[in-house]
Ligand binder design. Structure first.
Ligand code: SF4
Length: 467
């Protein structure tokens, strides 16, 4: 059997695309290998949301060159950098065999055939922006052994945020018909998956025959499903109906990632975000009234072109006002083809050292707030869905709370169980404690999953979001 290795960068959409690539390759009798050194096929599933991610791709390609020279491994580049750069990658890196965009995963067999049989170097980066788009679907057999899974419900983005490369790399919005989504969720629940995360670049603008709020409510009713999450959202799609769904259905997990990007209306306007800070806060207040205690996280860009010290101070104030559970914050980096990338000089570039200094201030503030929120949970019991062994010790398990906090704990519950854990200590992003009660065992006997994690682009808090 031939072996493949996929190096994943970036967001949850990419993690999910990697899983789907694995399934296509399994159908061609390729097996996964945990390191590139003994792979016959190496794929880099890339991210272009920030410049640093592209640098990481090039540096990883440099490392894999040795494997190509020693074993003749084939090397493919997929994901958003591939979509953006197309055959420029083949010109720039002569040992890359094929380049393919996110819409071409299903074409992997055809591409590999051309590479192997015709010795061709192949580029497949056409968008499929129509009903003909075939959504990547999880194979339940590869999901057996997992407590959580992603389910793609839409792809692409029709917004035009001035800083964002996603519309150029993922194309227009296409929603998946809701019966297909429900069928996939049911097939995952049947092999023991307890939590599904509905994903899409702009997930709450879903229009697959029912509204996104109705989709969440329907997914929550699938037998065996204990929790439903989703990512990532645009504030203008946080409708009253979606807020009502949070009030009505406790299985919709109490966590909302609501990217604000800036706390200053002038900057938001230049970002082409179509809300003001006051409107954002009004939506958030409604959400918090519907689901008291809901965890809220966000994305923030620091040092956007033209951002003054006063503008930045308003972002700090917003952070204090909202008291986010967590933030993904980054310094602005201009991306190709975006308005902000092309007009940075005109709007006024922020010096790099100023950007970094502001980012440090913002992250220090968020760290304090996250630590305060975590400290308030010490001594309490939290519900945890067990996802696997903890990397914090052999006899420990790990999982997540409904609020999406990672918990490492002493206990022996099987993957897929719901347990109570008493929290003894807490950091900014994780809780540590002991299992006190088994609430509910797994719905299937399941084993550890071998799938790899994505490589974080550049944040200490996790993988970057898209909005
Ligand atoms: S930031 Fe989000 S909503 Fe805006 S263009 Fe990018 S993907 Fe679309």
């Amino acid at each position: 059997m031939k072996r493949y290795f996929i190096h994943t960068f970036g967001c949850q959409m990419n993690v999910n695309d990697t899983l789907r690539m694995g399934e296509v390759l399994a159908s061609m009798e390729y097996g996964a290998t945990p390191t590139a050194d003994n792979a016959d096929l190496i794929i880099l599933n890339t991210c272009s949301i920030r410049e640093k991610a592209e640098e990481k791709m090039l540096s990883a390609l440099g490392r894999y060159r040795q494997v190509k020279m020693q074993r003749g491994a084939l090397i493919g580049v997929g994901g958003c950098v591939a979509q953006q750069e197309k055959d420029k990658i083949l010109k720039r890196v002569p040992y890359v065999d094929f380049v393919f965009g996110p819409d071409a995963i299903a074409k992997l067999p055809e591409m590999l055939k051309r590479v192997i049989d015709d010795r061709a170097r192949v580029t497949e980066t056409a968008f499929v922006d129509s009903e003909e788009y075939v959504f990547p679907t999880a194979n339940p057999e590869t999901s057996r052994g997992k407590a959580t899974e992603f389910v793609t419900v839409m792809k692409g983005c029709d917004n035009v945020c001035a800083f964002c490369v996603v519309p150029h790399t993922r194309g227009r919005e296409v929603s998946r018909a809701f019966p297909e989504v429900l069928k996939e969720v049911a097939s995952l629940a049947a092999v023991g998956v307890r939590e599904v995360t509905l994903i899409g670049q702009n997930v709450n603008s879903y229009v697959g025959g029912i509204s996104f709020a109705q989709l969440l409510l329907r997914v929550a009713q699938v037998p065996g499903i204990a929790r439903v999450r989703f990512t990532t959202s645009h504030p203008h799609d946080l409708s009253d109906e979606l807020i009502e769904a949070f009030r009505l259905e406790p299985k919709i997990a109490p966590h909302f990632h609501l990217p604000v990007q800036s706390g200053c209306d002038t900057v938001l306007k230049r970002m082409r975000r179509d809300y003001t800070v006051a409107e954002y806060l009004e939506r958030l207040a409604k959400l918090r009234a519907a689901r008291p205690g809901i965890a809220v996280t966000t994305d923030i860009i620091v040092g956007y072109p033209g951002e003054s010290e006063d503008d930045f101070t308003q972002t700090m104030k917003l952070t204090e006002t909202v008291r986010y559970d967590g933030q993904f914050s980054f310094v602005f980096s201009p991306r190709p083809k975006t308005a902000a990338g092309m007009r940075e000089e005109e709007w006024g570039p922020v010096p790099h050292e100023t950007k970094v200094e502001r980012l440090e201030r913002l992250q220090a503030l968020q760290k304090r707030i996250s630590q305060e929120i975590s400290a308030a949970v010490v001594g309490q019991e939290v519900e945890v869905l067990v996802e696997g062994r903890s990397n914090q010790g052999v006899d420990r398990r790990s999982g997540k709370t409904p609020h999406n906090r990672t918990v490492h704990f002493d206990g022996d519950a099987a993957i897929g169980s719901l347990v109570k854990v008493r929290v003894d200590t807490a950091t900014q992003s994780a809780f540590y404690g002991k299992q006190t009660q088994l609430i509910e065992g797994p719905t299937q006997v399941i084993v550890e999953s071998p799938w790899p994690d994505a490589e974080s682009c550049d944040t200490p808090e996790g993988t970057p979001q898209l909005h």
